[in-house]
Ligand binder design. Structure first.
Ligand SMILES: Cc1ncc(COP(=O)(O)O)c(C=O)c1O
Length: 461
């Protein structure tokens, strides 16, 4: 069963190389569900390594979901029924896994800025107000700073159109509750940010995916859906789209906006990646301010742990968004608002964004270097890469094969609306690797897998 087992020749610790070698046998179908692995001691003897090294390798395999250990039954190959499509937001602490499936910025600049800021926060003139409740829209001083940050993008610096939220997902939840009733149809790209699917399900909304091309949502499909389905709103991620990384061109934006106006369909513009963009491109909120609800946050450009977001909405909608937020939590934490406001006011945000963009460019160069010969859709300052898989790979099988080799990626299925879509791609988050070196290592594992071709691992799919 483990005959002729050879450890891969690389710099990883021995226990991980052993886990990878066994993972490889599972991927290739040489080991199948229910097979019992030999005792630790025997493997240690055959390979001439320590028993504790084998024990660590087995626990790494267990964390990868590849084996199960039961008292009295030894260790067996686990069932393959894992949910590759499910996604998680928090980083994994799984030993040896380079998890590029989560979504996080590429630097720890926020932590350093926070360490400098916190000791002086008590001297801030607004500190005293931290012990009070605040209006549902958020503290007036925080709204003013946020409105200034979004001036020209959403609103014209007018703080009265701003509602502060605990991040963009919270903003999106409040917006959907404010504008849609159960059963209402919401349109979105057929492959899109998973948060909208989860919210739509929980609020009884009828989310419909529309066909895309490499420029984003297809205007002809949008027009047709507006005519036949009478949707309440369209959800768009116009800049560095998650997961496909597409930025809608100005022309495409104008075409979609014109259709929305003709059919009086609200535009929910989730523009959380805009601060990372290289190009200045008009937002839907600037083109159609009375039809667009703009959502942003500091999660993608500063840090998700900050939990700070914003909704800028037409006046007719704004009160409903604030009322929805009030039901959740009265208002967001003023402490978070004070931290974020300081970072925005003293220029730290601008500096961190520039730093993140530089690091992303560096990581994109590694990506270009390692995956040059494959069809990768991305952007110079995107934290994501969307890898179109060569025939006959499918997303879930490829994600599983990567995981068996110690790399986490997310298959297209995790982002698909409905069940029709047959996109064979995976999302790779470049920012999630702890270091550029680990990114290169993980991408090399992906490249090796692609180069090996599907036949080598055909038993896995
Ligand atoms: C398009 C999009 N919108 C919203 C969010 C959620 O942002 P937040 O962490 O601020 O809730 C994400 C996070 O991945 C995202 O990609």
């Amino acid at each position: 069963m483990l005959d002729n087992l050879e450890l891969p020749d690389n710099d990883r610790p021995v226990y991980l190389r052993l886990a990878d070698a066994i993972g490889e046998r599972i991927a290739s179908g040489k080991l199948v569900e229910g097979d019992k692995l030999p005792p630790h001691r025997e493997i240690a003897r055959v390979l001439g390594i320590n028993v504790t090294t084998v024990t660590r390798a087995f626990s790494a395999l267990q964390q990868r979901g590849l084996v199960e250990a039961r008292p009295g039954r030894g260790t067996r190959i686990a069932s393959r029924e894992t949910e590759e499509g499910s996604f998680k937001s928090a980083p994994s602490d799984e030993a040896g896994l380079i998890d590029l499936s989560i979504n996080r910025p590429p630097t720890t600049a926020y932590r350093d800025a926070l360490a400098t800021l916190l000791p002086r926060l008590a001297k801030d003139r607004r500190f005293g107000s931290l012990q009070d409740y605040h209006p549902p829209e958020g503290p007036a001083w925080a709204r003013a700073t946020m409105a200034a940050w979004l001036d020209g993008i959403a609103g014209d610096g007018d703080a009265s159109r701003v509602v502060l939220t605990d991040g963009a997902q919270h903003g999106l939840a409040c917006v959907l509750r404010a504008v849609a009733q159960p059963g209402d149809i919401i349109l979105a790209d057929s492959i899109t940010y998973q948060g909208i699917s989860a919210l739509s399900r929980s609020q009884g909304l009828d989310l419909r995916g529309l066909p895309m091309d490499r420029g984003g949502m297809r205007p002809d499909a949008f027009e047709r859906a507006c005519t036949t389905l009478r949707p309440r709103a369209v959800f768009l991620v116009p800049s560095l789209h998650n997961p496909t990384t597409i930025t809608l061109s100005e022309e495409r934006r104008r075409a979609l906006a014109a259709i929305a106006r003709r059919h009086n369909v609200l535009i929910i513009e989730d523009d959380v990646y805009r601060p990372l963009l290289d190009t200045v491109i008009p937002s839907f909120a600037s083109m159609e301010p009375e039809l667009t609800i703009h959502i942003s946050c500091l999660s993608k450009c500063i840090a998700p742990g900050l939990r700070y977001g914003v909704v800028v909405a037409p006046r007719a909608v704004l009160g409903h968004v604030a009322a929805a937020l009030r039901i959740d939590c009265w208002s967001i934490s003023p402490l978070t608002a004070l931290v974020a406001t300081n970072l925005l006011e003293d220029g730290t945000t601008t500096r961190i964004i520039e730093f993140q963009r530089e690091e992303l460019r560096r990581r994109q160069a590694i990506l270009r270097d390692v995956l040059a010969s494959f069809d990768v859709q991305t952007d110079e300052t995107s934290t994501h890469a969307w890898l179109h898989l060569p025939e006959p790979w499918r997303g879930a099988a490829f994600a599983r094969a990567c995981r068996q080799r110690g790399v986490g990626v997310l298959p297209a299925d995790a982002f698909a609306i409905g069940r029709e879509t047959l996109t064979h791609a995976v999302r790779i988050n470049l920012g999630a690797a702890p270091s550029p070196a680990e990114l290169r290592q993980a991408l090399s594992i992906i490249a090796d897998l692609l180069n090996a071709g599907h036949l080598e691992v055909s038993g896995a799919v």
